[in-house]
Write a protein that binds this ligand. Structure first.
Ligand code: GCU
Length: 445
């Protein structure tokens, strides 16, 4: 076989391998979903009586009675116990790129040690995370878009040395040594790296880290880390799951960002794709500080309703990714209708903050329709907070009003320029105004 042929053959094998290793994801489920909204409304109705808690009438009822009850239930049935929040310590800061001529801004690596109540299996007894922070040129304080990266910091800025310091296990979905062009061809131009230049031009800072620094995304490897993060006294079937650990990590990153005088603590926006979209939603459901969330193709245990038979079933997600959840979640495999909570209630915990849900029309695993119905199901809580009703009737793109937004672009599971364009125009429109020093260039006043 000539070299060229060998390469094509190798590439085909790699594509097939990547497609299969993507954990049963959308590549195997190619048909488009309907353009018309299908499926029943979310249940239970978000304001109805829940367990022994009577129906919700006021904002105060929601905040004081229902929200705490739901947080307990989401932990015990799905995600496992949230680790305790004990703060952080900045171990080092290193400027990787100065804001010189031609550079988009300043790029730094901030190494952060997270405090936990227990000694974990980490070097020095605590998890250490490398955050890569880009601040644009100009005068802040800047709004910041923050989220976990899928395959480690070294693929964030391929031409920038020194982005990765930690040595973490990567999930097989990262494709081993698959060349960047193949990853981009399958999972989109921004599969590994957000559009740095566009963000800087628009006046946004960007914070990225690798959640695998805290809990590696590999089932058996994750287990000791999860046990070490689980608060003492937690029943074993509620041990912290990786999604909860990553959400907790996100909150610690919000601690760091909120302390940085160059950034605006009132404008820390979270984002995440797929498993990291699940973590971004969960983080904001437990932490009131994130100003807005964009969850892209977050699917089961993310934005998609889970009590029906559409999208990725509980049986699949808990057997492929047992480390993501509380062991208790597995009990709902094949009987997800027995769950008494669903994802519209999780989204409602973010009210009244803006939420954008992105989906792909061929990503049946990610369940676009169930995600749309989840937003609709959360809407009564947003209305309780005085937000305009979610009246969007088309799946294709968000209506330019309100703080709940949904879009369904063509295509599969991945991160494309179109996704970032949708997210940036949503954040431009809905993010709170600058809390000091006047408006930021590129943002609507
Ligand atoms: C798998 C998994 C999904 C997840 C996705 C991802 O496909 O089944 O639940 O959202 O991986 O994180 O890319």
């Amino acid at each position: 076989m000539g070299l060229g042929r060998k390469f094509v053959f190798g590439a085909v094998l790699m594509v097939a391998g990547l497609a299969l290793s993507a954990g049963g994801c959308a590549l195997q489920r190619l048909p488009n979903v309907s353009k018309e909204i299908t499926g029943p409304p979310a249940s239970p109705p978000v304001l109805a009586a829940f367990q022994s808690d009577p129906a919700i009438i006021t904002q105060q009822d929601w905040q004081e009675r229902r929200a705490p009850l739901l947080r307990i239930r989401f932990q015990s049935e799905i995600y496992g116990a949230m680790p305790e929040a004990l703060g952080f310590e900045i171990v080092s800061r290193e400027v990787l790129q100065k804001p010189e001529k031609g550079a988009i801004g300043t790029i730094e690596r901030i190494t952060i040690a997270l405090k936990t109540s227990q000694l974990g299996p980490w070097t020095g007894g605590r998890p250490v995370v490398d955050m890569i922070l880009m601040t644009p040129k100009g005068k802040g304080p800047f709004p910041v878009i923050a989220g976990g990266t899928f395959c480690g910091n070294d693929v964030l800025l391929p031409k920038q040395s020194g982005t990765r310091t930690a040595d973490m296990a990567l999930p097989p979905e990262c494709g081993g040594d698959a060349p960047e062009f193949l990853i981009k061809a399958i999972f989109g131009l921004h599969a590994n790296a957000p559009p740095w230049e566009t963000l800087a031009e628009k006046g946004y800072a960007l914070a990225s880290w690798h959640p695998g620094d805290v809990v590696p995304d590999v089932p058996l490897v994750a287990e000791p880390h999860l046990k070490a993060l689980t608060p003492i006294g937690t029943p074993p079937d509620q041990r912290t799951g990786a999604i909860a650990a990553w959400a907790w990590t996100t909150s610690r990153m919000v601690d760091v960002l909120s302390d940085d005088p160059r950034l605006d603590p009132k404008r820390v926006m979270l984002w995440g794709h797929s498993r990291h979209g699940k973590a971004a939603l969960l983080a904001a459901a437990f932490d009131p500080r994130p100003a807005a969330v964009w969850a892209l193709q977050s699917g089961t245990a993310g934005a998609a309703l889970g009590r029906d038979d559409v999208g990725e079933p509980v049986a699949d997600i808990t057997s492929t990714f047992p480390h993501w959840f509380a062991p208790a979640y597995k009990a709902y495999a094949g009987k997800q209708a027995d769950l008494d909570v669903d994802q519209h209630q999780l989204i409602a915990l973010l009210a009244p903050r803006p939420v954008l849900i992105g989906t792909g029309r061929r990503d049946q695993w990610g369940d676009p329709h169930g995600s749309f119905r989840a937003l609709k199901g959360a809407d009564p809580v947003y209305q309780l907070f005085g937000m305009p009703a979610f009246t969007q009737s088309k799946l294709r793109e968000p209506e330019d009003k309100g703080v709940l937004g949904f879009y369904m672009r063509p295509g599969l599971h991945g991160i494309h320029t179109e996704d970032w364009d949708e997210a940036l125009s949503f954040f431009d429109r809905t993010a709170p105004k600058a809390s000091a020093n006047g408006p930021i260039s590129g943002l609507k006043p």
